[in-house]
Design a protein around this ligand. Structure first.
Ligand SMILES: Nc1ncnc2c1ncn2[C@@H]1O[C@H](COP(=O)(O)OP(=O)(O)O)[C@@H](O)[C@H]1O
Ligand SMILES: O=P(O)(O)OC[C@H](O)CO
Length: 495
């Protein structure tokens, strides 16, 4: 029996999931690591903590399954994207904490680039908008603020990577400095059309090219595990950013197929095939996971606060004890009583791209209670996602007819029913909700010959539940109008 191991390095935890040859989950291991908030709007991770937690889960999952490293045909890596690490090539140690995708410290730098008239060039080449979300300005910040970093980078002594690169570097004992197209496409430095780092953009960001990893397709030899780790040189055969990995794991290979992941944030991706479709409605164009020679693209909408709103109810307001309790609390009232919660705690992502927006709780009355707020919180996740799908429908050449879903909050049936109601299309939840890890495993397994092609993978996708829209379109339009009114009130708040 051969196995495929997926390493899923997320924003709040590192996980390892072992799959068998039928893509069944054999064992999982997970470890959380600390979130560091040095200032308002700043979010950092310790790259050593990321590495140690990932290594711990890797060892633990094999131990739990009673499987030896020699039985693992290939390792796939999937990761929180954009999060930026710089390390010393010689010592292998990071020069500073990782700056996390949620971090807003480079909002001013983005504004300066915009004022200087560079937004169109970045957009055309990278498919992204000038927002602190992406790696480029985070990397520039590190070079400008860590003493001596710029000189060392110019001397070729420092390496940059997103988390996929960082883990591969460590896993390979410092031999592989690589990334894949899907991760590279989130950096603001990568031309998604030519499939290479872009010297013009590097010059505008003042980044030495020598720091950057080599870019490969997502299904490709990425490196080999250093034998000192597990005693065997297991190949790393696949790599993709977590949202592109989920698109792959959901079997969304045909243009027009879309998925939404309800995790900390919400990320909706629409497969557009070989066409890098440009959005005129605030979405991003991004590289999908690449299997084979041809690049594939996706339209993406990213919402920063998805399931994290539920965490806020739990940890900030203390009105629930466990995330799952939100469902019964929300269902204890017939509706939100006119309350709208706009969770713009770290600004708004797609389609608004307003780093200065802040959260708002609107429409409160004397009768509002915590159940209304819980319901408004769940609805906010669905409203934000509905805005993404509306933008996609407006941008795409063909209508999106169904939405595949996954992620931790997709366990919540009330949320998914309201989502289907708002969208007016069926929402499909698969049996395997670990689609991110599955996507990484598929890429690695294809590389190792465990699976032969996409048809074989697609036939493995199984439905758990189909949520059909029940609300009238009039009511859905009214609710959306109320949401948009609330969003309008919180814009540019923190300027
Ligand atoms: N039953 C539930 N209803 C709503 N949200 C939930 C539920 N269970 C978990 N969540 C939310 O889902 C998120 C965790 O999902 P996960 O996919 O593990 O996230 P990530 O990969 O971003 O860390 C948390 O923000 C949590 O609040
Ligand atoms: O770690 P997640 O699952 O919240 O995903 C984070 C995204 O990749 C950020 O773009």
């Amino acid at each position: 029996m051969r196995y495929v191991l997926a390493l899923d390095q997320g924003t709040t935890s590192s996980r390892s999931i072992l799959f068998d040859e039928q893509a069944n989950i054999v064992a999982t291991a997970q470890q959380e690591f600390p979130q560091i908030f040095p200032h308002s709007g700043w979010v950092e991770h310790d790259p050593e903590a990321i590495w140690q937690s990932q290594l711990h889960t890797l060892r633990s999952v094999l131990h739990k399954a009673g499987v030896s490293a020699a039985q693992v045909a290939s390792i796939g890596i999937t990761n929180q994207r954009e999060t930026t690490v710089v390390w010393d090539r010689q010592t292998g140690y990071p020069i500073y904490n990782a700056i996390v995708w949620q971090d807003r410290r480079t909002a001013d730098h983005c504004e300066q680039l915009r004022q200087a008239g560079h937004e169109a060039l970045f957009r055309e080449r990278t498919g992204l908008v000038l927002d602190p979300y992406f790696s480029g300005t985070k990397l520039a910040w590190l070079l400008d603020h860590v003493p001596g970093a710029r000189a060392q980078a110019q001397a070729g002594k420092l390496a940059f990577g997103t988390i996929d690169s960082w883990l591969t570097w460590r896993l390979s004992g410092g031999r592989s400095h690589v990334t894949d197209v899907s991760n590279a496409s989130r950096t603001l430095m990568f031309d998604i059309h030519r499939g290479c780092w872009d010297d013009d953009l590097l010059a505008l960001l003042n980044i030495p090219r020598g720091m950057l990893p080599e870019v490969r397709p997502s299904c490709a030899p990425m490196g080999v595990l250093d034998v000192s780790l597990l005693g065997t040189a297991v190949p790393i055969g696949g790599m993709a950013g977590d949202q592109q990995a989920a698109l792959f794991g959901q079997g969304c290979h045909q243009p027009g197929m879309a998925k939404n992941t309800y995790g900390t944030g919400c990320f909706m991706l629409l497969q557009t095939g070989s066409e890098a479709r440009v959005s005129t409605h605030g979405l991003l164009t991004t590289a999908a996971a690449q299997f084979g020679d041809q690049p594939h693209y996706a339209l993406e909408g990213s919402v920063f606060m998805g399931g994290a709103v539920v965490q806020w109810l739990r940890d900030g307001l203390g009105i629930i004890e466990h995330a799952a309790e939100i469902e019964s609390l929300a269902n204890s009232v017939p509706d939100s009583g006119g309350v709208y919660l706009v969770p713009a705690f770290t600004g708004l992502g797609a389609p608004h791209w307003d780093p200065h927006a802040r959260g708002g709780l609107l429409g409160l009355s004397r009768g509002t209670n915590r159940a209304h707020i819980a319901r408004a919180a769940l609805e906010a996740i669905a409203f934000q996602s509905a805005e993404l799908l509306l933008a996609m429908q407006a941008d795409a050449s063909q209508p999106v007819t169904e939405l595949r879903v996954d992620g931790g909050a997709a366990a919540n049936a009330t949320l998914l029913q309201f989502q289907a109601d708002l969208l007016g299309i069926p929402v499909l939840r698969p049996k395997v909700l670990e689609t991110t890890a599955l996507g990484a495993a598929y890429l690695a397994g294809l590389q190792a010959g465990v699976w032969q092609g996409l048809d074989e993978l697609q036939s493995q996708w199984q439905l758990d539940h189909r949520f059909e829209p029940r609300m009238s379109r009039d009511e859905a339009q009214q609710r959306l109008a109320g949401w948009l009114k609330a969003v309008g009130r919180v814009g540019a708040w923190a300027t």
